[in-house]
Design a protein. Sequence first.
Lengths: 231, 231
Amino acid sequence: MPDLHAARRAASRGLILIAVGLAGLAGIYILALRFTPVERFQGLPQKIFYIHVPAAWSALVAFSLVGIASALYLWLRDPRLDLFAESAAAAGLVFSVIMLTTGPLWGKPVWGTWWEWDARLTFTLILFFLFLGYRALRSALVDPLERARFSAVVGILGFVLVPFVHLTVYLFRTVHPQPIVLKPSEPSLPWEMLRTLLASVGVFTVLLIGFVATRYALGKMEQIKGADDGR
Amino acid sequence: MGRASVGEFFRVALAVAAKDIRVEHRSRTALVAALAFAVLTLVIFNFARDAASLSRDAMAPSVLWITFAFSGVVALNRSFALERENAALDGLLMAPVSRGALFLGKYLANLAFVFAVEAVALPLFVLFFGVDIGGAVGGVIGVTVLATAGFVAVGTIFAAMTVRTRLAELMLPLLLLPFMLPPVTWAVQATARLLSGRPAGEIAGWIRLLGLYDLVFVTACLLVFPSLMDE
């Protein structure tokens, strides 16, 4: 069965990427703790920024991938797009959990509260629930074609919803730090900090690709095995 | 689409809606149950309030909208249950009519159902919470219509999907509540201002957002519904 072998190889490639990403993550810790200056007002808790922001980046990228793959699926009806959307959603769920746990860990010492109904926190929470609903719906459907169509519709509508949630939460007061890197003027971050952040974004992107690739290959293997059992 | 086919589109939609409303009217079980649910929610809110620390007025808009949102979910849960029982949906799908018209028909019937629940819940809310609604009646009804029109559109799509799953009654709120967040938030803001007699200028922004949500999601739902239903 060449297909199964190919899928196995793809899964090992994904695992290697994840291993590289995790090694990179260890490197980020060293870079952040040893070679990056301590922020003057926030002190050590600021270090979590190098995990939190890249995780947010990966979650948002994953969410966009789900939306795009869903729309393409309804157009082209290629089952690979469905599997890709599912894999991206699974990875997105992981990153949104990282984002939601590191946020309060930073918030407690710096804001003095674990949770604040702040714009970006609320936005993230809704993103997390969208991923969760998407996953729950998938697991509750049996017929693969039906599952693909239904979850693609949720993926698309979720993508349409995001700007509205964004609008809703921003109409309320925010205590979240304002953008300091991606803004019209020059990044207002010292070079050492920016360097660590960018390296971490790179590492989290590798992790995202690794997670999605592995999940995709596993899904492929599951499909091949399922087809064999049915024979 | 020519003029004749546009007429046909709306004729089919109205026929589907009329069918649903007729079924509902003949048994009335679902409507009575949904109404009872809405009233019970209002009653529970009254007891869940600590009268010493929280005035009725302060809580009123939130109570109204949480009641509307939850009753909406309960009402939508039954939207496709009937079609499923006797494989009636297959019959509907075999009919040579546009899927968009089918969606519009189900949407209109669901709107009628949810509006009926709200029409009973609103006066009871005024009564139970001693709200001085006076000159704000028209405004509150307008806000209710606008907010309901948006989330019922998304709810119709999700109800069509969740009815095919196990745990349908649990799956619908999980998917729909994140989509209710923006319209319900805006409706609470608008209702609070209407009830405290603020000038119309303060409400215009929320009304515009509600209208935008309706426009975007009714269009999106019309576009994606056909791909839900094809086999």
